[in-house]
Design a protein around this ligand. Sequence first.
Ligand code: CP3
Length: 344
Amino acid sequence: MPPAPDRSRFLAACRLEPTDVTPVWFMRQAGRYLPEYRALRERHTLLELCHEPDLAAEVTLQPVNRLGVDAAILFADILLPFEPLGLGLTFTAGEGPQITRPIRDPSQVAALPPVDPAAELGFVLEAARLAARALPPEVPLIGFAGAPFTLASYAIEGEGSRTFARTKRFMYAEPAAWHALLERLAELVGRYLALQAAAGARALQLFDSWVGCLSPQDYTAYVLPHTRRALALAAEGGVPVIHFGTGTTAFLGEFAAAGGDVIGVDWRVPLDVAWQAVGPTRAIQGNLDPAALLAPAPVLRTLVRDVLARAGGRPGHIFNLGHGVLPETPVAAVQAVVEWVHGG
Ligand code: CP3
């Protein structure tokens, strides 16, 4: 039975309702593995694509047209709020994000300017409006933002990190400034997410991509209250919220306790084990290793089947990767995964 236009199979799964087949979409489904994305990137920088609503909406739709996925994720970046926060944001080819004025001193937290996301991130909201209007009704738009911890890690490190040494030093040495910073970020992203829902996003995802670098105790003490606040504000948008993290196996119960209608997990935990830890009242998203899409087709097929078998056909599973699509991924592999997930 095809999904009713106002009740996509992706949204049904978010609400733990049964679906005809398992819904599927991919983190980073718009990106460098797609030739049509690379073609646009030859003419525009990443930040131009984000700042120009027509282009952002166009990129949002590219994977929907190509792949037949059950949801579209808005084209933007979790670091865009750093621009109105005055931290300075650039992307250098091959090196990822660079923050030009990183937070290294507690006084910088108190000096952060107030940010009105409706105005200063209005270009993202406009892209959401355009994309939502252009999408077929059975393919909802997902809005997103970075979680307080993951954003703080970039704000403090000034770039990506393996050890998060500066972040953790700041957290341990300056707890008052740490909590003030995460409070500011939680308020900002929570309101920003609710605004994305008002602009047409029919689900929201909070990315805590690097939170798995923390011990369970530190997660609970230094991060959980702020994530909970961000998720509570996002919930005011009135649409399902996905709470995603990687490396969260050791504290999945706490991670889920912070909130989210759907919990997103990576491949380092078997899906059934994760779902058990999260509990039966929450939907689950994941969790194929993105590198599986580089495997020969029969191997990939076995790995896809394993994820589906662990979900066991229970309502509330949204098929996804455990993290974003890798740039070297063949488009045909992504298409095959969609077919296999939909075909059973
Ligand atoms: O299709 C989609 O998923 C939507 C668009 C999207 C982007 N960034 C565009 C982008 C989303 C959801 C993000 C989220 C994001 N951005 C996260 C959280 C998800 C994750 O992967 O953990 C993080 C940590 C960032 C920060 C960021 N942006 C990094 C570390 C990088 C460089 C690394 C890389 O993948 O190149 C970016 C750049 C970026 N953001 C690209 C895209 C498509 C790279 C493409 C380009 O240069 O054109």
